[in-house]
Design a protein around this ligand. Structure first.
Ligand code: PMP
Length: 383
């Protein structure tokens, strides 16, 4: 009977489950893939009541009166209907806000995380490899694993630049179907040398996805103009860091020949009615979001300079809305900041190159001051 998974003893025997009396005792060990059971879930720290500087969010809401206007639009939105699966108005707003050329296609995701999943599913066949550089965005590895793909993470150099020879050698050896490069990179914050990235695109036998999640803070650096030149290049972005993380909206830009294949894997209603309405509205006012991004960039400079003054803090250069820094004992400093009400991200243990590294998101001036005061006090207390 359709809809009933396990009905008969024969079925249970067929899938290797013991039938004990009337009830089958089915355990995750019998049903769930061993590699999935071995994973731990993506950890999101509890942040209630904290100065929250752990997740690269924009600290600012839309200003009034835009918030009021948005409220009216949302109240009128047809939440009784399924969303338009093609999201035409939202796509038009994205194209206009970010000058996406008409000859390129756009695919929307429920966050860019979902786009990563679509890409991985589309190439998933036994023996296929996904390649990225490390330390990098952890979802590349996780989603490759979810889809049953091999994952190769090529270490960056100690200064977080690309190890071109190592990447080229890994490409030649593993022939990846997908290569992910974040530009700027998370969690290091730097942008890679463009010429090196272009040579990687040229050498890659499969698709190269440039992930420009932090585009808004990178002073205009982008590979958008390179899409026309490389058949195997795709560009992924998100509106999350720009101030709309709660809407869950990412987008992929590339040639139609690729995107029409990925679109088959996209669940038809992946971008909900409220997100379509709210994101379209916000993007029609993208100048407001860009001013907020400019404030964050200015604060990044102030924060970096102030952190560099603190004894025992080595802070890395960043083109993103966060700063990576190294201290003598990251675990302890992280815990101390948390006890002082400031939540950042502890990267110690995430990768050998991130030993004793912490990552702080650039917040509003008051939040950054609270972080600086807590960090100074914590370092002082540890002397
Ligand atoms: N790419 C990079 C490099 C990121 O750092 C993030 C978020 N941390 C994402 C993609 C995912 O963004 P979202 O799913 O919110 O669009």
């Amino acid at each position: 009977m359709p809809g009933i998974l396990i009905t008969s003893k024969q079925n249970l025997i067929r899938i290797g489950i013991e039938h004990t009396g009337d009830m089958a005792s089915v355990t995750p060990e019998q049903i769930i893939r061993a590699d999935i059971r071995a994973l731990s879930a993506y950890h999101v720290a509890e942040a209630t009541g904290m100065v929250k500087l752990d997740a690269m969010e924009n600290p600012y809401l839309l200003p009034e009166p835009l918030r009021g206007e948005l409220g009216k639009l949302l109240a009128e939105a047809a939440i009784n209907r399924y969303p338009d699966p093609r999201s035409p108005q939202l796509k038009a707003a994205l194209r206009e806000a970010f000058a996406i050329p008409a000859e390129l296609d756009v695919l929307l995701g429920n966050g860019s995380d979902e786009i990563l999943q679509i890409l991985a599913l589309a190439v998933a066949k036994p023996g296929t490899t996904v390649l990225s550089v490390e330390p990098g965005f952890v979802m590349y590895r996780m989603i490759a694993q979810f889809a049953g793909l091999n994952y190769v993470g090529v270490p960056l150099k100690a200064d977080f630049t690309l190890d071109e020879a190592a990447v080229q050698a890994a490409i030649a050896k593993h022939q990846p179907a997908l290569t992910f490069i974040a530009y700027p990179n998370n969690p290091t914050g730097n942008v890679f040398d463009r010429a090196v990235v272009e040579r990687i695109i040229q050498a890659a036998p499969g698709l190269v996805v440039l992930d420009e999640a932090y585009h808004a803070f990178a002073g205009g650096l982008s590979f958008l103009d390179a899409l026309a030149r490389y058949d195997n290049l795709l560009l992924m972005r998100t509106v999350s860091k720009l101030g709309l993380a709660g809407l869950r909206l990412g987008y992929l830009v590339g040639k139609a020949a690729w995107l029409k294949e990925f679109d088959k894997l996209r669940l038809p209603y992946n971008v909900n009615v409220l997100t379509q309405v709210a994101a379209e509205f916000a993007l029609r006012h993208v100048a407001v979001l860009e001013r907020q991004a400019a404030q964050i960039v200015a604060e990044r400079g102030r924060l970096r300079a102030a952190m560099a003054q603190l004894p025992g803090v080595a802070v890395f250069d960043s083109q993103a809305n966060f700063l990576l820094f190294r201290v003598a004992s990251a675990d302890n400093v992280f815990a101390g900041l948390k006890a002082r009400g400031v939540l950042i991200k502890n990267l110690h243990g995430a990768h050998p190159l991130l030993n004793d590294c912490l990552r702080v998101t650039v917040g509003a001036p008051g939040e950054n001051d609270a972080f600086l005061a807590a960090l100074a006090a914590e370092l002082e207390a540890r002397r």
